[in-house]
Design a protein around this ligand. Structure first.
Ligand SMILES: [Fe+2]
Ligand SMILES: [Fe+2]
Length: 357
């Protein structure tokens, strides 16, 4: 690994560690990202001075756009999904701004119906995770993040086999978890560079602001609680109160996970979608003990299972098919390389899935 000044970066260099947005924890660039001219120009605009990159230039084949990305984005069904998604973002933006800024109650049924219209009764060739990670990046991600977390939360609730009525409330809780952000001054919410300590303290109040706004409107208490506690972590490291273990509600624990997953995988103009196994590895690196074990394992295992029997490129250039998810290390499944050759990535510490094919 070596540190290279931004002005000296070259397309093809590979990041040696994950670069995070210090303001909101979103992943700007995951570890092992191959830099393009577009990415480098964007890093310059962020006024980042240097970046740790790996020693060697990336192999030529890794510089090509991700085949899975091309396949999803060029399909007619994805283009339809993207149009419908944008309409839903616009509907949500109008409803929620009226609610927060003009005290006009939103219509929960209408919002849920619009969300369900995006997912139910449709047989997509691609799973919802692929669709969401391939969407265009929005200038103001506050509203699209709400829609994406609602859809991810709905999917997670189905994996947890929730009843339809509970699933509806959970989906709404996902949609409204960050409603308090609309009450955060724009100069903090949209600040492109790192927040000062004082600004970060203001940003954290979106949990309390959202909670009181929803509570005063007599919204279901489970939704209010999720807005308050979705940044709490079971090991006590979260905010606003540093709650621990069973002090967290089920809805807050669930949305705490989908919120982070969206922050890791949400679309960015300057990079391809993050490979789901790299996203899972980021959770494992952060520490699964931060999350309720009954939820985090179900979530990550189901995410990984969406990619069973999918072709992947390994970090050493070999290709294969994911055939078995290892519960001990979900980011490192067993991959079939040929009709007679298999590799358990758990037993190959230096090897990982580079991208989906
Ligand atoms: Fe939040
Ligand atoms: Fe959020």
């Amino acid at each position: 690994m070596r540190s290279v000044k931004i002005s000296r970066l070259e397309a093809g260099m590979v990041t040696a560690e994950t670069l995070y947005n210090p303001n909101n924890g979103t992943v700007l660039l995951p570890e092992k990202t191959i830099l393009t001219d577009k990415t480098i120009a964007w890093l310059e605009s962020l006024q980042i001075s240097a970046l740790n990159v790996e020693g060697d230039l990336a192999p030529e084949e890794l510089r090509q756009p991700d085949p899975a990305t091309i396949r999803v984005r060029s399909s007619a069904e994805f283009k339809r999904f993207e149009r419908e998604h944008e309409k839903t973002v616009n509907l949500y933006t109008a409803s929620i701004n009226d609610f927060v800024l003009k005290n006009k109650m939103f219509e929960p049924q209408r919002l849920v119906k619009a969300l369900m219209n995006l997912v139910s009764g449709k047989q997509y060739r691609f799973n919802i995770l692929e669709m969401l990670s391939n969407l265009k990046s929005y200038d103001d991600p506050t509203y699209s993040h709400a829609i994406n977390v609602a859809l991810l939360t709905h999917t997670f609730g189905k994996w947890l086999r929730m009843s339809p009525s509970e699933l509806e409330i959970l989906t709404l809780a996902g949609l409204l978890h960050d409603v308090g952000k609309i009450m955060i001054p724009e100069k903090i919410l949209k600040k492109p560079s790192a927040l000062s300590h004082a600004e970060y303290e203001v940003m954290k109040t979106h949990t309390l602001k959202g909670y009181y706004k929803l509570k005063n409107a007599e919204v279901d208490p489970r939704i209010c609680e999720a807005a308050l506690s979705h940044h709490e972590r079971v090991d006590g490291s979260g905010y606003p109160y540093g709650l621990k273990g069973t002090e967290l509600s089920a809805f807050a624990s669930i949305i705490g996970i989908t919120d982070v997953y969206d922050a890791i995988t949400s679309p960015r103009v300057y990079r391809d979608p993050i490979c789901p196994f790299k996203a899972i590895a980021l959770f494992e690196k952060e520490g699964l003990q931060k999350y309720d074990p009954q939820y985090i394992l179900t979530f990550l295992e189901n995410v990984a299972s969406c990619y069973l029997y999918t072709d992947v490129l390994l970090s050493d250039g070999r290709t294969g098919k994911v055939i078995f998810i290892n519960r001990d290390q979900i980011s490192k499944p067993t991959v079939q390389l040929s009709s007679t050759e298999y590799i358990d990535l758990c037993k190959a510490p230096d090897l990982y899935i580079e991208r989906m094919l």
